[in-house]
Design a protein around this ligand. Sequence first.
Ligand code: UT7
Length: 323
Amino acid sequence: MRRAIVRGTGHYLPERVVENSWFEDKLDTSDEWIRARTGIERRHFAAEEQRTSDLGILAGRAALENAGLSADQLDAVIVATSTPDLTFPSVATMVQAGLGMRRGFAYDIQAVCAGFVYALANADAMIRAGLAERVLVIGAETFSRIMDWTDRGTCVLFGDGAGAVVLEAAEAEGASSDRGILATDLNSDGQYRDLLYVDGGVASTGTAGHLRMQGNLVFRHAVEKLADTAHHALDKGGLGPEDVDWLVPHQANLRIIEATAKRMQLPMDKVVLTVADHGNTSAASIPLALSVANAQGRIKPGQVLVAEAIGGGLAWGAVVLRW
Ligand code: UT7
């Protein structure tokens, strides 16, 4: 059978770093509260002229370099984002052009913070079905553009950035010892739309709108659903929590990550953490964490990784892969 294996990773973070203390004279908040309740210490914000596609192009270029490939060796580009440059065309086609790729196809996936997990599952299915040999999967976001800067419950949480992974087809046995994506688990439940949404859009207000969240309710769903989806994905892959070398969680809140690791009976030294330095970068958070950990040489060939995320929709899911 065919599997989608990871050939390379890359990321890009905008130059501007904003520490928690930056919010203190603007809002009734403190560095202490933000650290204690979220684990976030700082985040990156894109420059005024930088768009989501610019971040995606830089992350994509870094992943191609890491993979030792050129853009015209790709068959497809998938970008997970909820903060596109324009209503259309897709960010993915802009990234395709920016990378100088003149063949293949490109499209966006919108599953908010779960977007990268959805995009990986999509690319995996494409590769296994023989529709593509090599797919560049990117999570890229500029959530700073949809913040309500007067809402202390949301604006301190999010940051901008992009991460990318090159997936490549490889022949495999069909066993849990194979390299590559072993299993995926996707879920959504639209009855929870009011817990996390943006209050604007093309067909409603004609504006981009601002992010609205009932944080404590999302928190409860996250703690319950993330460990469940991770367990389901492991089960589908013929593995158990004891086989996991690295949990690569969506970086929304350190307390959610700790609770998920605990429910999976994983020690925190098996968890990739970037939330302190990146904040919540929505669909970009998992590929950013993956790329940072890979660049640090922490992920070794043969190791088992579980990536999981939840966000607006609600939409959530997990991917299990062997490096
Ligand atoms: O990425 C998509 C998925 N999103 C998430 O996973 C986010 C999930 N939610 C969370 O991470 C947490 O719910 C938050 C970090 C957003 C909030 O933490 P919490 O422990 O759930 O606090 P809370 O919302 O229950 O609020 C506790 C108190 C409230 O004050 P009162 O009503 O008790 O007086 C808030 O108004 O904390 C207050 N608060 C703040 N205080 C200082 C909320 N935001 C802030 C702030 N600074 N920035």
